[in-house]
Design a protein around this ligand. Structure first.
Ligand code: ADP
Length: 224
């Protein structure tokens, strides 16, 4: 008996004319690190590689410009002493009020956090359903227990090196840097929360190589 073999058809995925449908993948990354760890430097390097960075601290500053509801509520709470000569918020004064006083800090957080959460969510939602890597740059991510990310990236640096860099580059007083660090999560607490650790103990070129490695890892999160 003669067997007629049908010509083999190429596998569907190999057919060039076949449209390839797949859902867009929004990847949400939390980025954090202690003061002076190099978090802002990493955020800029990730932006260079195509990420959209949402910066938590600069959003707080935007929410506190004169005329906003947050600014008015802060002035209503602490009076003219938190207003600088040019009419903007006197950040140093506000920081000194809340720094060592949990009750005052709670009052400030009650004013800022709801507005911050709403605006952050509004900015996030713009990218819903798109192929975007969104990086949430949040210095106090571990401290506030923020979750809901596809991955948490921690920039790791030993605190003494961080203090040296802050003093050399930003002219930050060493005692001031130590005080701020004491108010933040410890290095170990941060590492405990990390899905990916970026070591910033080397040069900036070394850091760029670490960021390349991280960018690849972030890409792999969207393949699942
Ligand atoms: P953070 O945002 O975590 O406070 P920054 O990114 O501002 O930290 O970095 C703190 C300082 O250290 C900056 O002046 C930055 O240019 C510098 N810096 C960051 N990474 C390195 C590095 N690998 N080598 C030398 N200096 C660095």
């Amino acid at each position: 008996m003669q067997v007629t073999r049908l010509p083999r058809r190429p596998a569907p995925e190999a057919r060039a004319d076949r449209p390839r449908w797949r859902l867009a993948t929004l990847i949400e990354i939390g980025l954090t690190g202690g003061i002076g760890s190099g978090k802002s430097t990493v955020a800029a390097m990730l932006a260079d590689r195509g990420a959209v960075v949402l910066d938590s601290d600069s959003l707080v500053r935007e929410l506190q410009v004169p005329g906003t509801a947050v600014f008015e509520a802060i002035v209503a709470q602490w009076g003219e002493r938190v207003v600088a000569d040019d009419g903007t918020l006197n950040r140093g004064e506000l920081a000194s009020i809340v720094f060592d006083d949990p009750a005052e800090l709670e009052l400030l957080n009650a004013i800022v956090h709801p507005a911050h959460a709403i605006e952050m969510e509004r900015r996030r939602s713009v990218y819903e359903g798109t192929d975007t890597v969104l990086v949430f740059d949040i210095p106090l991510l571990v401290e506030v227990g923020r979750g809901g990310f596809d991955g948490v990236v921690v920039v790791d640096l030993d605190p003494e090196t961080a203090i040296q860099r802050l003093a050399a580059d930003r002219g930050l007083d060493e005692a001031d840097a130590r005080r701020r660090m004491a108010n933040q999560a410890s290095r170990a607490e941060r590492l405990d929360r990390a899905d990916f650790v970026l070591d910033n103990g080397g040069t900036k070129a070394d850091l760029a190589a670490e960021v390349d490695r991280c960018w690849e890892w972030i890409g792999s999160l969207g393949e699942g």
